[in-house]
Design a protein around this ligand. Sequence first.
Ligand code: AMP
Length: 204
Amino acid sequence: MTAAPAATCHAGRVRLVLVGPPGSGKGTQGPVVAERLGVPYLSTGDLLRAQVAADTELGKRVAELIDAGELVPDDLMVAVVADALDPKGADGYVLDGFPRTLPQAEVIERPDSPLPGPDVAVHIDIPNRVVHERLAGRAHAEGRADDADPEVIDRRLEVYAEETEPLLDHYRDLGVLVTVDGDKEPEDVTAAILDAVAALPGAS
Ligand code: AMP
């Protein structure tokens, strides 16, 4: 199919967060969408895994949490993300995996936040059955311990439902939520996300 037009005319660079369960395609869509929009992409999962691999102080603190499917504490995450985005994310971003809790979302909405909140939150909607199929394939391809253990996958889905899903109502109330069907070909999901961005107020 032909690629959808990128929202290059958006007044100011777009700040976009991807919200979806593990395996919904955030890591596939994020870099492509960021490239099309000309903004930095940041995956907090990738960032944390790199810290674990490099055995840094941060990596040592988070390794067990990641392997168990638990979340890293909010204050630590906000500092890590603000630090990683230069200059301070004000000039646009695509974030994959952050915010993941209401407190994380609320911190970046404060006027004194080191990282400004999003213009648009894209919910990638996908059935749990597809999540399980995809994660089984990814465990094989990428060797991620948290994808290989069905109990850890269940725990991550539970954590998603408890901690992350409330973000959907929050962003809906703020009027910035867009839902796309994630159970489609990757190109179609990308097109749906870019269409949603192009439809934002201020895009032309
Ligand atoms: P992901 O690659 O996005 O599935 O993230 C892998 C793991 O990193 C998660 O299961 C959490 O342990 C941790 N993680 C990533 N992003 C966050 C976040 N925003 N808040 C807390 N923990 C996170």
